[in-house]
Write a protein that binds this ligand. Sequence first.
Ligand SMILES: O=C(O)c1ccccc1NCC(=O)[C@H](O)[C@H](O)COP(=O)(O)O
Length: 211
Amino acid sequence: MSSKVKICGLRRPEDIETANLYRPDFIGFVFANSSRRITEEQAECLRAGLADGILAAGVFVNAPVREAARIAEKGIIDIIQLHGDEDEAYIRSLKTFTKKPVIKAVRVQSREQILEAEKLPCEYLLLDTYTKGQYGGSGKGFDLSLIPRLARPFFLAGGLSAENVQSALESSGAFAADVSSAVETEGYKDRDKVREFIRAVREQDSDTKNH
Ligand SMILES: O=C(O)c1ccccc1NCC(=O)[C@H](O)[C@H](O)COP(=O)(O)O
């Protein structure tokens, strides 16, 4: 199966134009406390311009369950990405309010932690770097040898770039590559870097098919 791409932290109309041009499979709107945070109203406007076929994830960190569900049910996002300390009870409660798929981020510190997270009632895991004092989008990578064989599809995140994404996907077996920092220049998404990242993932797919 070909690898998917997610570009996270879109916040301007030109970022949406870039996405519509280069067609990642997923984009992310950050609703959590971050320099990439956007409001619900901004996300609604951006979503209206997003091409069909690109799925929008909403990134939340320890948000009230009803707030995440409300934004999802409004149609602003297709997937709920939980990037904080949300536990099984939180996810079960969320699922009583919305049928939208859930991505649970794990800020990786050990192999056992990932195996434990596999039991959670979510559709996808997202494995990201643990950085003290920061929930995500740090631009730093983690030790991919900690990733066990997983039955569930997972997004790989944390310090990915056009230069390292091919080998990271290959060695981890991830379903999708997720990037934010490495496709930015001075804090904003950079059209050329987004293009190169997506190209690197798609090239990896054609290399795999040719071998
Ligand atoms: O990107 C943020 O600012 C952010 C803040 C708080 C929680 C999550 C956040 N991002 C989530 C993502 O999906 C990022 O793409 C992921 O952490 C990878 O980021 P990077 O290492 O910068 O490529």
